[in-house]
Design a protein around this ligand. Sequence first.
Ligand SMILES: Nc1ncnc2c1ncn2[C@@H]1O[C@H](COP(=O)(O)OP(=O)(O)O)[C@@H](O)[C@H]1O
Ligand SMILES: [Mg+2]
Length: 362
Amino acid sequence: MIITQAQLTNYRSYAACALAPCEGVNVLLGDNGQGKTNVLEALYLCCTGRSHRTRQDRELIRWGEDFASVKVESQRRDGSHQVEIILPALGRRKLKIAGQEASKSGELMGHVTGVLFSPEDLRTVKDGPAERRRFVDMALSQIRPAYYYALQRYARALKQRNEVLKAAAAQHALLNTLDSWDEQLAAAGAELMRHRREYIAKLSVQAGETHREISDGREQLEIRYAPSVTLGDDVQSNLDALFAARDNDLRRMTTSVGAHRDDVLLLIGGRDVRAYGSQGQQRTAALAMRLSELDVMRETMGEWPMLMLDDVMSELDPSRRRQLVSHLKGIQTFITCTDPDDLAGAEVGRAWRVSGGELTKA
Ligand SMILES: Nc1ncnc2c1ncn2[C@@H]1O[C@H](COP(=O)(O)OP(=O)(O)O)[C@@H](O)[C@H]1O
Ligand SMILES: [Mg+2]
């Protein structure tokens, strides 16, 4: 999949900006704070429906304007696609697919697909489970729309169940509704678990190989699914776990088990990288995870997603940088950097200079 056109309107620092990227390496060059990441963020928004920096649509709208929009055209093996996301300052966002208004947010998935590497990736390794769930959710939503819908159903049921848990102390009659929320949560949860287990198993195989290459065969990385429900991936196991936790959940007024508490373990030589890894090992693990995400997406979709490298070159030592550049063949790539020397010999197809919210061809 490649992006052939992108158009930003009132998006962050851009009043209007259009670019026609090449199918190889595209470079955005400029000083800090000039608007490089804003472009990648807009592209990522079209892949996942989310910014990687904020959950507030408001922040994406150029100051003083009453809407923002991003329109992207892509070329896939099955033909050309077009998505447009319109973010009004007031009211709900609008989504257009091939010019037609779409009613469900999940219709966005699969038209534009991409993997983003950013300096914050280290958080996937270092931070708590939420970051790793997000890593898995963002990839799976793009390659499996059913997963995205299951996530939505799960989030809704979870919110309702938690509201009941909070209100039940005062309104005992509400307890009768818990069974039905448990059922919905268990059904969506089981679906999430099955997809996660399959995806993480594939990821682990790829990441193991990639990591061996990057670490010159010295270390073995393993990515392991650590589900919150350990009885099994089926609906009944989820139901049983929710039921077993119910009294405790009522006391604590929150749901303590289920897919929203899943984790993904990263192990080097069997040890948790998060707790025991050196800074270098954590960086390498983060890089291996992203590269494997790329590989698994290709395997699943039958074509490469595009790749975005936000300021990552300068963060890597020369050998990891070379590893990364050697992976770029045949993949449409967007690289941001402040210094062209960071490109480490990558064959640049098109380049832009980014300054004060404007792009000019370099
Ligand atoms: N909603 C917004 N409206 C206008 N400008 C914005 C908005 N959000 C961020 N900016 C501007 O965008 C710039 C940051 O852009 P960014 O893409 O992160 O820069 P970089 O080139 O360092 O990646 C800052 O100058 C900031 O003031
Ligand atoms: Mg930036």
